[in-house]
Design a protein around this ligand. Structure first.
Ligand code: PLP
Length: 449
């Protein structure tokens, strides 16, 4: 027996309302569902209602819930060594770093561990600034990089508004997104060329000698699963090379099987200077993130101290779980599975769904990373809800989410989109079940068209 009390659902809810301060929420307006247990691709509330998870929580439970090998690895590590400060060397951190470095592209062979994605981006930017001796950073409008001071300043979407003015030196750019092209392009190739020209123009007018980094999400996540056109990431790489700018690929959401690769950028054969990761590295069983660092940038800090650190970075439990998670990915073919289920099931089913529903303006994605963009008017592409920080709480989206939940599907709804982001291990059958529910629930969205 442990010291942990057994609480009823009512008590969990009561204490939550009395004492928990929630993120991204108006405290009095939310009604969080008490969850009792989870397994595989489903979780269950205290009344025994089961939900098929099409959200992977915050797109992080890539391996599914309560994977026995992952649970066992954490138990083994906690019994052996529950905590250690980062200044020591220790087995599971060494091994996690080796495994990540070997799976990362090119010469990215050192890992700076953090506790999550925002801290990873903070440190990537710090590395880029010290490495180049420059201060500016180009960051996309359609992006989310985290909620700490620097990361929210890098973020381009409305979540940054309440934290402005942010960090000096952030310059915004438009990344490619053909459906809502900032460049009035009509083909992927045109969108790609114009987006790259726009970046080149920005670099020229801002002054290349002032720009430390360009940061991007290899595949943009919560801003709508925006898959870059072929040639875009290679084009950004070229611009960075030409001007000595550090290329930071934020793979916090897109990495670790979500896009059917270890890192999404590998699909385009591009090697950035820094990759940030978190979420899928260990499916959030213990908080973990990090920066994978190129040899060149690592060498900047060979004889000068790196000016940053975190008490819990590279925590033994987190590193042990990352090691186990990567081994499971390989033994169970999780990356290949994610790619295949996307190609053979999710993509084709979503294409059929899109044809049936006038509210679906576009579907986009790959592997287990998809979005349906919902519109009020398919001819004008007017979004189903306005573009602002609370779009997902607006009536049509809240009604869609409720319709999914009533039918046992937990959706990922954000602004005018619903994302299809189940655990990467979802079976074909479960994927079809969830998509059939989504198909039915979308009639609610259609009623607003
Ligand atoms: N970067 C991206 C692309 C993300 O999607 C997120 C979180 O959703 C973050 C960074 C921030 O990660 P964390 O919430 O672990 O700080």
């Amino acid at each position: 027996m442990s010291d942990l009390p057994q609480l009823s659902a009512e008590r969990v809810h009561e204490l939550d309302r009395a004492h928990v301060f929630h993120s991204w929420s108006a405290q009095a307006q939310i009604d969080p569902l008490p969850i009792a247990s989870a397994s595989g691709v489903r979780f269950t509330d205290y009344d025994g209602r089961e939900f098929l998870d099409f959200s992977s929580q915050l797109v992080n439970v890539n391996i599914g819930y309560q994977h026995p090998r992952l649970v066992a690895a954490i138990q083994e590590q906690v019994a052996r060594m529950a905590t250690l400060a980062p200044g020591f060397a220790y087995d599971m951190r060494s091994e996690a770093a080796r495994m990540i470095a070997e799976r990362a592209p090119g010469d990215l062979d050192h890992v700076f561990f953090t506790n999550g994605g925002a801290e990873a981006n903070e440190n990537a930017l710090r590395m880029a600034r010290v490495h180049t001796g420059r201060h500016k950073v180009l960051a996309a409008y359609r992006s989310y990089h985290g909620a700490t001071a620097g990361a929210i300043a890098l973020t381009g979407d409305p979540r940054r508004w309440a934290s402005e003015p942010g960090m000096p030196g952030v310059v915004r750019y438009w990344g490619p997104h053909l459906y809502r092209s900032a460049f009035h392009a009509s083909t992927p190739q045109e969108e790609c060329e114009r987006a790259l020209q726009h970046l080149r123009d920005l670099v020229a007018v801002e002054g290349p000698s002032t720009i430390a980094a360009i940061i991007l999400e290899s595949v943009v996540g919560t801003n709508g699963v925006l898959v870059p056109p072929d040639g875009y990431l290679a084009g950004v790489r070229e611009i960075c090379d030409e001007h000595g700018i550090v290329m930071i690929a934020d793979e916090v959401m897109s990495g670790f099987a979500r896009c059917g690769e270890w890192f999404a950028i590998q699909r385009w054969g591009v090697t950035p200077d820094l990759i940030t990761f978190a979420k899928g590295v260990n499916s959030g069983y213990v908080p973990l993130g990090g920066v994978v660092v190129s040899q060149r940038i690592r060498d900047t800090f060979a004889d000068r101290p790196y000016p940053g650190g975190l008490t819990y970075q590279g925590h033994p439990l987190a590193c042990a779980s990352a090691v186990a998670s990567m081994r499971i990915f390989e033994d169970e073919g999780v990356i290949e599975h994610s790619r295949r289920v996307g190609e053979e099931v999710i993509g084709p089913e979503l294409a059929r769904i899109a044809e049936r529903h006038p509210s679906v303006g576009e579907i986009r994605g790959m592997a287990t990373f998809w979005a349906l963009e919902l519109v009020r008017d398919p001819s004008t592409r007017e979004p189903l809800v306005p573009y602002n920080a609370t779009g997902d709480a607006a009536k049509p989206m809240a009604a869609l989410a409720a319709a999914c939940k009533e039918r046992g599907l937990w959706p990922f709804v954000h602004m005018n989109r619903t994302h299809v982001v189940p655990p990467c291990v979802i079976s074909d059958e479960d994927a079809r079940t969830g998509l059939a529910i989504l198909d039915e629930a979308l009639e609610v969205a259609d009623s607003f068209v």
